[in-house]
Design a binder for this molecule. Structure first.
Ligand code: PMV
Length: 340
C-alpha cells in the first residue's frame, strides 16, 4: 500500500503578522510544493525520512516520542552532541518538521496502529516564510486520509491543518493552511475565509531567501510582546496594515501597478516597525529595488527567511541580482491546492 499527496507553499503579499490579530491578508499559493508518500511500514515504528534536509527520524507508535536518527555524514542533526539520537525536546530547526508530521499523523482521525514509512520531498525552502510547515501538514493529513481510506473535505482538511499548526507553533493564523489546501490568489479574512482575487495586472514576482531560517512562533511572540508593551502604537499600526491590505486589494483588482508597489514598500516599513526585519532581509529588499523592483518587502514571519519583489519588466534583472547575493526564484501562482 502506497499513497501520495502534495500541497503548495505560499507567499504573503500584504498583511503578515496583522493577520494573527484578525486583520486581512493577501497571499498566493506558489509553484513549489511539499510531497508526502506513505507506505506500509517495514517494522513497528513510524519511520520518517526527509532526504532534502538529511533528516531521518522515528516516531514511537505508543508514546508518540520522536527520535532523531543521526546521520554521521550530515551536520543538520540537533546540536553537535555525540549522542546517536535525540528526543523531540531538542530538535534542530530542520528536524522540527517532524513535529508537524507527528501531530498531523496522530490526530484523532488517523491514529496509526501499525508501522509506516513516510517520505517527505520538499521543493519549498524551510523556515523561509514560504509556508513549508503548512504545506507539509496539509499534505500529511491528505496522505493519511487516503491511507486510511477516509473521506476528508477540503474544509475539514484546512481546519485540521490549522489545528496542527496551532498545537506545534502555539499561534498561527489559518492563512498558510488555507492556501496550501485551496491554492490560488486570495484575499483572506477571518470572517469570510479565502476570497479569490482576480488581478487586473500581471504579477511578476521574485522571492529572495536568506540561509537564516525565521522562527515563526518566536516572531509572533516578539510582536505580541511589542503590542503588549506599546498598545497605543502597535494597535493603530496593525489597523494601518488592515487599511493598507484593503487598498492593495483595490489596486490589484483595478490594475494599478504603481500603487501596488508603493503599498508593498509602505508595508515593509510597518513590518520593520514591528521588529521582524533583519540586516540580511533589508539588504535583499534594497538590492531588489536597485535592480528594478518597484515594490519589495519581507514575506512571511521575517527574522530571516524571505523577501518578495514586484518587478514588472525587470524579472530577469532582479532574479540575477538576488541570486548573486543569496538564493532566489521566480514565483508563479499555483491555482491548484492540495492534490491526493
Ligand atoms: O513565515 P511563515 O510562512 O510561517 O508565515 C507566517 C505568517 C504570520 O502572519 C507571521 C503568521 C501567521 O500564522 O499568519
Amino acid at each position: 500500500m502506497k499513497v501520495r499527496a502534495s500541497a503548495p507553499g505560499k507567499a504573503i503579499l500584504f498583511g503578515e503578522h496583522a493577520v494573527v490579530y484578525g486583520k486581512p491578508a493577501i497571499a498566493v499559493a506558489i509553484n513549489r510544493k511539499a510531497i508526502i508518500t506513505i507506505r506500509e511500514g517495514t517494522d513497528d515504528a513510524i519511520n520518517v525520512q526527509i532526504p532534502d534536509l538529511d533528516v531521518y527520524g522515528q516516531i514511537d507508535i505508543d508514546n508518540q516520542e520522536i527520535c532523531l536518527i543521526n546521520n554521521e555524514e550530515t551536520s543538520k542533526t540537533p546540536s553537535a552532541s555525540s549522542d546517536t539520537s535525540s528526543t523531540s525536546n531538542d530538535l534542530s530547526y530542520d528536524a522540527g518538521i517532524l513535529k508537524y508530521i507527528q501531530t498531523a499523523l496522530f490526530s484523532d482521525e488517523f491514529k496509526p496502529d501499525h508501522g509506516l514509512d513516510i517520505q517527505v520531498d520538499l521543493e519549498i525552502p524551510i523556515g523561509a516564510g514560504l509556508g513549508s510547515s503548512a504545506a507539509i501538514t496539509v499534505a500529511t493529513l491528505a496522505a493519511a486520509a487516503r491511507y486510511h481510506r477516509q473521506e476528508l473535505t477540503l474544509e475539514k482538511l484546512a481546519h485540521m491543518a490549522h489545528q496542527v499548526e496551532l498545537e506545534v507553533q502555539g499561534a498561527a493564523s489559518p492563512l498558510d493552511t488555507t492556501l496550501s489546501t485551496y491554492g490560488g490568489f486570495i484575499y483572506f479574512t477571518h470572517k469570510e475565509g479565502a476570497l479569490k482575487i482576480k488581478p487586473a495586472l500581471e504579477m511578476p514576482l521574485v522571492v529572495g531567501y536568506t540561509a537564516e531560517p525565521g522562527n515563526t512562533g518566536m516572531l509572533i511572540e516578539r510582536v505580541r510582546k511589542l503590542r503588549q508593551n506599546h498598545p497605543n502604537l502597535i494597535g493603530p499600526l496593525l489597523d494601518t496594515m488592515e487599511k493598507l491590505t484593503n487598498e492593495a486589494r483595490d489596486a490589484i483588482t483595478s490594475g494599478e501597478e504603481k500603487r501596488v508597489a508603493e503599498l508593498m514598500n509602505i508595508n515593509q516599513g510597518l513590518l520593520d516597525a514591528l521588529g521582524v526585519n533583519t540586516l540580511e532581509l533589508s539588504d535583499l529588499i534594497y538590492e531588489a529595488r536597485n535592480a528594478g523592483a518597484i515594490g519589495s518587502k519581507i514575506t512571511g514571519a521575517g527574522g530571516g527567511g524571505s523577501i518578495i519583489a514586484y518587478c514588472p519588466g525587470k524579472t530577469r534583472e532582479v532574479l540575477e541580482k538576488l541570486e548573486s547575493v543569496e538564493n532566489a526564484f521566480q514565483v508563479s501562482i499555483s491555482q491548484k491546492g492540495v492534490t491526493w
